[in-house]
Design a protein around this ligand. Structure first.
Ligand SMILES: *[C@@H]1O[C@H](CO)[C@@H](O)[C@H](O)[C@H]1NC(C)=O
Ligand SMILES: *[C@@H]1O[C@H](CO)[C@@H](O)[C@H](O)[C@H]1NC(C)=O
Length: 283
């Protein structure tokens, strides 16, 4: 009896030890440590263009103030990597907690992708990035996280920084990526990171995102060392520019017209049919 009980206890102990070790491995595999905060502003017309391009039935929401950049998010980031992300899955986004600043968020941290649930964009930013940023006392709850985004947008408004250098949204002129980069760098005194959206239909390059970085003392620092995004990341010398340098950048004041892919493909199909028919005919 005694030894059977002992064996059962030993087995139980082994099981517990195993699950504890599993837990420890899990934590090591997913380190939540990070080096800097990336603060990302995006250009609503381009965000909308990409959203409509995915599906022509999509619709967009815009801030009532024209020509304003809006917040995408504050992203804690480890140098040379993307993320960490989703650092605390039990810390759910609660819309009631940001109610006092919701009207401001609806303007300056607006969910451009209007067809998605109203709180989905903020919920996503909080769950993916906010829960990782929350190790810092100035960002350790939802209200602080979202209020900080609004504050940084005011302090480092790309609408103003670019306008001062005569880079304004319009349908006529275009801008050199290196020039845009230099203007931002001169204004903030640190290296930013510039992102364009390349349009597969027209080959045009659109102003998309501007990222600036803060250290754990919430002070502006160079973005040097951050990974741009995915495989297409290209470091241009010492500059973090994720644009085609050979293409001037469009800064559209309105959403560029969406090319319906069915329409643009149709002539190709017709031409193909014609060629096939001609081949058959001449053989
Ligand atoms: C995760 O979030 C929950 C709910 O807010 C909180 O009680 C807990 O302390 C958090 N865990 C960590 C490791 O921060
Ligand atoms: C953040 O940057 C400032 C200015 O460069 C520096 O004084 C401060 O020590 C930095 N804080 C951390 C935590 O690195």
């Amino acid at each position: 009896m005694r030894s059977a009980g002992g064996a059962a206890a030993a087995a139980l102990y082994a099981l517990v030890a195993l699950s504890v070790a599993d837990g420890a491995d899990d934590n090591q595999a997913k380190s939540h440590e990070w080096d800097v905060l990336i603060f990302t502003q995006h250009w609503p017309a381009t965000v909308c263009y990409q959203w409509m391009d995915k599906d022509s039935s999509h619709s967009c929401a815009f801030p009532s103030q024209k020509n304003t950049w809006t917040v995408h998010g504050i992203w804690p980031t480890k140098f040379g990597e993307m993320g960490p992300s989703f650092c605390n899955n039990s810390w759910k986004f609660d819309p009631t907690l940001i109610q006092p600043i919701e009207a401001h968020l609806d303007q300056y941290w607006i969910n451009v992708e209007k067809d998605t649930p109203h709180y989905s964009f903020w919920g996503h930013e909080w769950s993916k990035h906010g829960t990782c940023a929350a190790v810092l006392p100035p960002l350790n709850n939802e209200m602080k996280y979202f209020a900080q985004g609004l504050l940084w947008l005011q302090l480092y408004s790309m609408s103003e920084i670019l306008a001062k250098a005569d880079i304004t949204p319009n349908e006529i002129s275009t801008f050199e990526p290196l020039h845009i980069y230099s203007v931002i760098k001169a204004a903030i005194g640190k290296n930013p990171s510039l992102h364009c959206a390349l349009d597969a239909h027209s080959g045009k390059s659109y102003m998309f995102e501007i990222r600036i970085c803060f250290n754990k003392s919430m002070e502006l620092v160079d973005c040097d060392g951050i990974k741009l995004s995915g495989e297409r990341s290209i470091l241009r010398g010492d500059k973090l520019i994720h644009c085609d340098l050979t293409k001037p950048v469009e800064y559209p004041s309105v959403v560029p017209p969406i090319k319906q892919s069915i329409v643009s493909r149709l002539p190709l199909i017709e031409i193909y049919k014609l060629i096939t028919w001609l081949r058959w005919f001449t053989l």
